[in-house]
Design a protein around this ligand. Structure first.
Ligand code: NI
Length: 150
């Protein structure tokens, strides 16, 4: 495993759309391992591949219950709404309130290439939505209702 550089601020790669993963190769598995290590080292709760410079549809989420990796994730159902504070490893030092669905069902591939669905609510739903936005070149700052003071 190795740490990868996290792209920040105006890096143009953060604004590009990531491509679907067609095959889960050993390179993809290494990338996922590196992303988990990089996210934990940076004290983050999620990371998307474009944040380490790779335009592939891969996300990691860990809200303290262990890392979940999802390949080609898609939100197939959402319900309700919640407003809460977010930050991002790619936008250091900035925090703001963002409106997200209260519950979602996200579908994607696990590392074995099997299609899985995860039902998420509250903060976990927020984390998935934030990371999936990264795959479409969207940053949470695009959606902030109100910035928080440090
Ligand atoms: Ni982020």
């Amino acid at each position: 495993m190795a740490l990868r550089n996290i792209r920040v601020d105006e890096d143009v790669i953060l604004r590009k759309r990531s491509r679907e993963v067609e095959k889960i190769t050993s390179n993809i598995l290494t990338l996922v391992d590196d992303m988990i290590e990089t996210m934990h080292e940076a004290d983050g709760v999620g990371l998307a591949a474009p944040q380490v410079g790779i335009l592939k549809r891969i996300i990691i989420v860990d809200i303290g219950e262990g890392p979940i990796a999802l390949i080609n994730p898609e939100i197939i159902k959402k319900n309700g709404e919640q407003i809460g504070s977010e930050g991002c490893l790619s936008v250091p030092g900035t925090y703001g309130e963002v409106k997200r669905p209260q519950t979602i069902i996200v579908e994607g591939l696990n590392l074995q290439g099997e299609k899985i669905q995860i039902k998420a609510e509250d903060f976990l739903a927020r984390a998935f939505c934030h990371e999936i936005d990264h795959l479409n070149g969207i940053l949470f700052t695009d959606k902030v209702i109100r910035y928080m003071e440090d």
